[in-house]
Write a protein that binds this ligand. Structure first.
Ligand SMILES: Nc1ncnc2c1ncn2[C@@H]1O[C@H](COP(=O)(O)OP(=O)(O)OP(=O)(O)O)[C@@H](O)[C@H]1O
Ligand SMILES: [Mg+2]
Length: 353
């Protein structure tokens, strides 16, 4: 009783299709619909009569039908399962996103006789992804804004400390020396107190210069990035005993202020990390210019870095990455082949310097 077998088979196929919560269908080699499930009809707002035996051009508007025919052909031609995402209006006219899988169907001899497709509404996931991207972009903008506000604030405080307080302390020292020189007797006990005050003023000026330079070295604004890096590496080497090699392929470039600040801060954080974590004896800073791009490498010969076990609550490397990202560049931190750690930085320079 072949018809009863067919009928049973059809019922089983129907039960299978209708219990798939996503849109599902079967098509022949010419892309004509052989079967569609109830989820398909519901989402498309159609009845079986509108679909079965028809090709996509008779069911969907031309632009959408064209996509369906093209993706059917791709599955038929490749003989493999294909996955893609598409946007199309639902039955209420709202634009929805779908993730669609199409795969060839083969007969017993292995010949492709049609395709099977499943399409899932991923609009909510897409909206969540878009929201995530939007909020990440907003956070990046905020972080970049905060960085530059902080930098401006540091520059202002540094200048004021240096120019205002520095001048005041120097004036005070000159007055103290005048008083000492005009005391009636050099043996006067007042003389030794004034001498001590002169030394206090001297020490204060030294401290003040150090604090001002830590906030933002004036050399960066006055003499530029290359001089500032030379000052920074020399200073770090003197303070720590670390041997630091420095190389530039070009010293004649005047960088944009944003690039100078970012590069200076990235090198500063990298060298701080070498001193704090590296247990290194030597470090090197090199700057090369390759096709409108500044490429920096800060390397050390210390204990190396395990990228898979970095603490989540630290911000040094994250901050370096964000600075480079804001300029369209990147920072990569990895264990270097000869041991130690390598920080590789790329900053595009087009239209910037
Ligand atoms: N040159 C280096 N050698 C060895 N380990 C390093 C080196 N640089 C960074 N690390 C490791 O990477 C971790 C993260 O560095 P990151 O600069 O982000 O944070 P941090 O220096 O610990 O703290 P901070 O937020 O104050 O910078 C460090 O805690 C350290 O374990
Ligand atoms: Mg750090």
């Amino acid at each position: 009783m072949p018809s009863m077998v067919d009928r049973g088979q059809q019922q089983r196929q129907r039960a299978l299709l209708d219990n798939i919560p996503d849109m599902a269908w079967l098509k022949d080699r010419e892309s004509r619909y052989l079967a569609v499930n109830s989820a398909y009809l519901k989402v498309a707002g159609l009845s079986e009569r509108d679909v079965i035996g028809k090709s996509p051009g008779e069911v969907w508007e031309p632009a959408i039908a064209e996509v369906y025919l093209r993706t059917d052909r791709a599955a038929l031609k490749s003989g493999r399962r294909r996955r893609y995402e598409e946007a199309r209006p639902n039955s209420r006219g709202e634009l929805c996103w779908f993730e669609t899988i199409k795969a060839p169907i083969r007969d017993d001899a292995g010949h492709i006789i049609g395709t099977v497709g499943i399409s899932r509404d991923i609009s909510e996931r897409k909206a969540a992804e878009d929201e995530l991207l939007r909020s990440r972009a907003q956070l990046r903008e905020l972080s970049s804004h905060l960085q530059s506000v902080r930098e401006e604030e540091r520059a202002r405080i540094s200048r004021e400390l240096h120019d205002e307080l520095g001048q005041t302390l120097t004036a005070m020292k000159i007055e103290l020396i005048w008083i000492r020189d005009h005391l009636s007797s050099p043996q006067n006990i007042l003389c030794s107190h004034v001498d001590r005050l002169v030394s206090v003023a001297d020490r204060s000026v030294t401290d003040l210069r150090r604090i001002a330079a830590d906030l933002r070295p004036m050399i960066l604004d006055e003499l530029g990035l290359v001089s500032a890096i030379k000052w920074l590496t020399q200073n770090s080497a003197e303070m720590s005993g670390l041997e630091i090699c420095l190389s530039f392929d070009r010293e004649d470039i005047v960088y944009d202020a944003a690039v100078s600040t970012a590069v200076f801060r990235i090198i500063q954080e990298s060298l701080t990390n070498v001193l704090r974590h590296g247990q290194a004896r030597q470090a090197s800073v090199s700057a090369r210019h390759v096709a409108d791009e500044l490429r920096l490498e800060i390397a050390d010969d210390g204990r190396g870095i395990d990228n898979t076990a970095l603490p989540q609550d630290r911000l040094g490397i994250v901050g370096m990455r964000e600075r480079a990202y804001a300029l369209g560049g990147s920072v990569d931190v990895s264990g270097s082949p000869n041991g130690g750690t390598l920080v590789s930085v790329r900053i595009p320079l087009t239209k910037r310097c």
